[in-house]
Design a protein around this ligand. Structure first.
Ligand code: PRP
Ligand code: URA
Length: 207
């Protein structure tokens, strides 16, 4: 599986702010938004472009735009904090939504919402979720996308656990991962170590 860790100093500085237990909700959301811009920037690095002639005030030259903009899919709740910034960089993107909450006993995802286009064949998809822990939520999400024909899925997450990457890899679903941190492990409660805690709670407060 293609896993890219973005180790740019600015990305690592934002991730450090998110990890720090002293960071309040507002500062956490701000750091997540800025880090999302960087992760999306890296995710689109090799995207195909269309060329078209444009005129600057001085001369004719070649202009570029994304040939096939991705569908953005934030996974609620925590992925919602990444949606606006991803859309800011790719304003022509469509957006779908998946809502899922992890059962803290079984660690299995409980889906409660999906709003996705029916046909995703030929459409690149960027799934936005700050955390890839056991991988249960992500595998469920990518399965929904795959059922609709998506064959080119990019997982954009701030922190991933090796267990989640392994589960994704073992699922056989088509995906690559762009993350700012590949952490050590999961603890006995299914939290990423060192991680940053509960991303949804840190963005929006406890449920
Ligand atoms: C968090 C996170 C992921 C999921 C990751 O969401 O945003 O969606 O946990 O865990 P997993 O890889 O073990 O499935 P959570 O279920 O806590 O819901 P929330 O975003 O509403 O807080
Ligand atoms: N979900 C989170 O928000 N944090 C973790 O560490 C694991 C799952």
């Amino acid at each position: 599986m293609d896993v890219r860790v973005i180790d740019h100093p600015l990305a690592q500085a934002r991730l450090s702010t998110m990890r720090d237990a002293r960071t309040d909700n507002a500062a956490f959301r701000a750091a997540l938004q800025e880090l999302t811009l960087m992760l999306i920037y890296e995710a689109t690095r090799d995207s195909e472009v269309d060329e078209a002639p444009i005129h600057t005030p001085v001369a004719r030259t070649t202009g570029y735009r994304l040939a096939n903009p991705p569908l953005l899919v934030p996974v609620l709740r925590a992925g919602l904090g990444m949606a606006d910034q991803a859309h800011r960089l790719i304003p022509e993107a469509r957006m779908g939504f998946v809502g899922m909450a992890r059962d803290e006993e079984t660690l299995e995802p409980t889906p409660y919402m999906e709003s996705l286009p029916d046909d995703l064949s030929g459409v690149p998809v960027y799934v936005l979720d700050p955390m890839l822990a056991t991988g249960g939520s992500m595998v469920h999400t990518i399965r929904l996308l795959h059922e609709r024909g998506a064959a080119d899925v990019t997982v954009i997450c701030t922190v991933a656990a090796p267990e989640g990457v392994e589960r994704l890899d073992g699922s056989g679903l088509p995906a690559r991962v762009i993350t700012a941190g590949l952490d050590d492990r999961l603890n006995e409660s299914g939290y990423i170590v060192p991680g940053l805690g509960d991303a949804g709670d840190r963005e929006y407060g406890p449920r």
